[in-house]
Design a protein around this ligand. Structure first.
Ligand SMILES: [Zn+2]
Length: 395
């Protein structure tokens, strides 16, 4: 299989580090609000990749995190006059419920940031000892200027100098201004306790982990020092993933932290990126009131995972037609077992092997379904249903 690697900016052959086993880490949600179509696009895309790898006989070990403590969770909990951990549990359950509804396979490990504190402390301590991080008023910051390798992933996506990296980090609100920092591009590894906030003990005083460090800690703990694929939305490539690479590679002294970096395109609505802060959201729970999970999955899979797109009623209508065709094929095929169809399978696999080209895979199955309905070729029909299962559909 070939996959686009953000780090190399090319479509490269994918071979797992250990034969027959792929280790995958995908950055998860911050549980303070409901799940929208942008989230669904990311997690259905990786779910489709995982199902395809498994169908090729590869065992997948899949980890996803949940950032159950951070500024957004604390702010929203204060607004709702709710305990932060209760809010986190409620929104995590809602997210998992939406993903279950979309037939997204649960990760093997669903790791909470608050469970990773000892690992975080160990990594931060090591980075301080190596002179890559410094303590300032109970906080610990990563010193970007001490690390000439910092930002490889940023440079790969065209952020070639200090200022362009800083601009993007500021735009995304990922490196907030803080007078305790020595340099604006430094990022927080350990955040000192603010009045009224929850805290955990550390060598630098009570506090909580910064956002970027939790993913290094959980990926290393659950998947080892080097993994096959690290993924997330395109807006995570910089600075979040660049920070993860810096922390992890200096802690373990092993490169690369992840062989492949995969990023999903942003989903737009009314010409703007769908985001909680803009409030222009299509909620998965709302879509599920009108459309079946299969229709929503096919809508998402009809867009290539790297392409930004805007969801339209036409998209959903076309997906609905596709599912109707698959259902007709299902009725024709019935419950008996049928033979294989090498051509239908080969076309499907060719598309999937080419950087997970699900739009081509879906349209290939759709055309095959139309032919099956016309000529009643039951082997080809059974193959359409078999491969639709690889896409995670429940026809
Ligand atoms: Zn992450």
């Amino acid at each position: 299989m070939k996959l686009f690697n953000t780090l190399t900016q090319s479509i490269d052959p994918f071979t797992p580090l250990k034969q027959g086993l792929a280790t995958i880490y995908v950055c998860g949600v911050t549980p303070y609000d409901t799940t929208h179509l942008g989230h669904a696009f990311t997690y259905v895309s990786f779910d489709t990749l995982i199902r395809y790898l498994e169908a090729q006989g590869i065992t997948v070990r899949y980890v996803q995190n949940v950032t159950d403590i951070d500024d957004d969770v604390l702010r929203k909990a204060r607004e709702l006059n709710m305990a932060w951990d209760e809010l986190g549990r409620r929104e995590t359950a809602r997210f998992l419920g939406d993903m279950d509804a979309l037939n997204v396979r649960r990760p093997d490990v669903y790791a909470r940031a608050t469970d990773a504190i000892p690992d975080v402390v160990e990594i931060v301590q090591d980075l301080v000892e190596k002179g890559l991080a410094y303590v300032s008023e109970g906080c610990v910051f990563y010193s970007v200027k001490q690390d000439p390798d910092f930002g490889t992933l940023g440079r790969a996506i065209g952020l070639n100098d200090y200022q362009s990296m800083l601009n993007v980090a500021n735009e995304r609100g990922n490196f907030p201004e803080d007078k305790r920092k020595h340099d604006p591009l430094d990022f927080v590894l350990w955040q000192a306790q603010a009045p009224g906030e929850p805290a955990w003990p550390s060598p630098w005083g009570p506090g909580r982990p910064g956002w970027h460090i939790e993913c290094s800690a959980m990926s290393i703990r659950h998947l080892g020092q080097q993994i096959d694929i690290h993924g997330g939305g395109a807006d995570l490539a910089f600075p979040h993933h660049a920070c993860e690479i810096a922390q992890s590679e200096h802690y373990t002294s092993k490169k690369p932290f992840s062989q492949f970096w995969m990023h999903t395109g942003m989903v737009y609505q009314d010409g703007e990126k769908m985001s909680k802060s803009l409030g222009n959201l299509t909620l998965v729970s709302n879509l599920l009131k009108t459309y079946s999970p299969d229709v929503i999955r096919v809508t998402l899979q009809s867009h290539h995972y790297r392409q930004p797109w805007e969801c339209t009623p036409e998209d959903l209508g076309k997906a609905q037609e596709t599912i109707e065709l698959f259902k007709q094929v299902r009725c024709l095929v019935g419950e008996e077992s049928h033979g294989e169809d090498a051509q239908v399978r080969a076309l499907f696999q060719q598309a999937m092997e080419n950087d997970l080209d699900t739009p081509t895979a879906v349209s290939g199955l759709r055309e095959a379904a139309q032919t099956v309905i016309a000529n009643r070729d039951l082997n080809a029909g059974a193959e359409v249903i078999r491969q639709s299962r690889v896409l995670g559909l429940c026809i």
